[in-house]
Write a protein that binds this ligand. Structure first.
Ligand code: NAG
Ligand code: NAG
Ligand code: NAG
Ligand code: NAG
Length: 441
């Protein structure tokens, strides 16, 4: 660990963690004791229950592997920005979406069956592979083993809210739908059962039971959508969570640590600075915020306001997303930030993977602080969230990028690397997003 890189409170916490580790070294990944919060496990961490190919020990390489699907994610998010103004599509079609970066422990059915579901804040519905599924991985949910399981037929209102549903026969037919995801596709039927998250039990939760998968990029134990659309968790639980949740993503450096998801107003930070949560009625799943400016050191970067401002018709603006790895700005915005950053740090600059502004680590001490200015809230990025170290070279890189070339995006996406050790609170009823420093690990 490069200690000088860390702010002192992080250092202190790192020491505390190291002390804690030595006392519980027998099982670093033991599941947590009873807890109100839902554990959020980075899918590439040492404690990940999901076995992925290409997991490496190097932080930088892990980020590169993870970020390699960012362009698919960006394409997917951009695809949510419908071209046709009149079409109201409540549920994302999910043409291409990456495998997800964090999983939550969930229990489905009675008695509860443990599933590690990918968390996706830009998606509404949930689905899991069911027993008997063709093309699914080994861990599946068994409807037969649950006493509270029920299939939903075409007569239920949720059926018509699921995009791509098909009910060609009578209303007593099962509600089934096809979905594509990151180049794979699957077919599922709409079902309901109890969902247990942390200490909460949500009865009769409607989700997709996946029966058939074509392709290999479907999250192996399912996906839990925390978007705001009609079949989302929040619209299904009614008053239970008052439309409030927050998450804290652990540092990418801390392989053994997990973050947390807090559902509902209980236990949320009492004093937290907030910015308005904007609602795009045509894309209710996305969490838009009003990014008004970006400063690099003391310099407020000059940016044409139309590249930042929220436009529900074109979908332009800025979202906070749980599934993208590196924060991406539309080209001209990124270029302006990068040019100002380069002015303040000594070159030469080289490219590494997705990053085009890498420089000798020794100049890191002069690297300017980057601040995202939202309406009513300045987010001063800790160094850990603005720079990333290459493990195999002596370089540090500015850890943001432009939207991939092949994605014609109007969207700026605040992503995982820039959200490390921050609590991000979403209040979907009072339309606020709060951000506060917190050690999530
Ligand atoms: C994993 O690594 C292999 C070999 O380096 C590469 O061909 C493959 O595309 C990688 N897979 C992913 C999902 O990145
Ligand atoms: C899903 O796709 C399969 C295979 O392409 C097709 O047979 C089926 O009718 C589709 N189902 C729905 C609900 O569209
Ligand atoms: C599976 O996907 C491939 C590639 O998209 C397609 O060619 C093939 O027809 C699909 N198979 C089924 C059974 O849908
Ligand atoms: C975003 O903030 C700017 C500057 O304060 C303001 O003019 C604009 O109306 C805000 N946009 C929205 C959608 O709230």
């Amino acid at each position: 660990m490069d200690l000088k890189f860390l702010p002192s409170f992080l250092l202190l916490s790192a020491i505390i963690h190291i002390l804690t580790i030595t006392t519980i070294a027998s099982d670093l990944c033991a599941s947590e004791p009873f807890h109100f919060d839902v554990t959020l496990i980075p899918i590439y961490s040492k404690c990940s229950p999901i076995k992925l190919p290409n997991t490496t020990d190097s932080l930088f390489n892990t980020v590169m592997v993870m970020a390699s699907t960012d362009s698919q994610r960006l394409s997917y998010l951009s695809s949510l920005l419908a071209k046709k103004r009149s079409t109201f599509a409540p549920v994302a079609s999910g043409q291409a979406l990456n495998i997800g970066n964090y999983v939550v422990r969930a229990k489905l059915g009675t008695p509860g069956q443990l599933m590690f579901m990918v968390l996706d804040t830009s998606n509404d519905k949930a689905w899991v592979p069911c027993t008997g599924c063709t093309g699914c991985s080994a861990v599946t949910f068994s409807p037969k083993a649950s006493t509270t399981f029920r299939s939903l037929d075409c007569s239920v209102p949720q059926c018509s809210q699921v995009r791509g549903f098909s009910c060609p026969g009578t209303i007593s037919d099962p509600c089934s739908f096809n979905h594509s995801y990151a180049g794979s596709s699957f077919s599922a039927t709409l079902v309901q059962d109890s969902l247990r998250l942390g200490s909460d039990v949500i009865p009769n939760y409607a989700f997709g039971c996946v029966n058939n998968v074509n392709g290999s990029s479907i999250p192996s134990q399912g996906l839990l959508g925390l978007g705001r659309g009609p079949v989302s968790l929040f619209s299904q639980v009614g008053a239970l969570y008052s439309g409030v949740f927050s998450y804290c993503l652990p540092s990418f450096r801390s392989h053994f640590f997990s973050g947390s998801l807090k559902l509902g107003p209980k236990g949320q930070p009492k004093r937290i600075r907030t910015t308005p949560l904007l609602r795009n009625p045509r894309r209710p799943s996305l969490y838009y915020v009003n990014l008004t400016g970006i400063s690099v050191g003391r310099v407020l970067v000059r940016l044409p306001s139309e590249l930042l401002s929220f436009n529900p018709y074109t979908g332009a603006g800025t979202i906070i997303d749980s599934g993208t790895v590196i924060t991406r700005f539309v080209g001209p915005v990124y270029n302006a930030i990068r040019d100002e950053f380069r002015k303040q740090v000594r070159g030469p600059f080289t490219s590494l993977g997705a990053f085009d502004t890498c420089f000798e680590k020794t100049y890191e001490t002069v690297a300017p602080i980057i601040t995202f200015q939202f309406s009513g809230l300045d987010l001063v990025l800790p160094l850990e969230n603005s720079l990333i170290h290459s493990s195999s070279t002596s370089l540090a890189c500015l850890a943001t990028a432009a939207s991939p070339n092949n994605v014609n995006s109007v969207l700026n996406v605040i992503a995982n690397l820039q959200q490390q050790n921050l609590r991000i609170l979403f209040d979907t009823v009072n339309n606020k997003v709060g951000i506060a420093r917190e050690l999530c690990n």
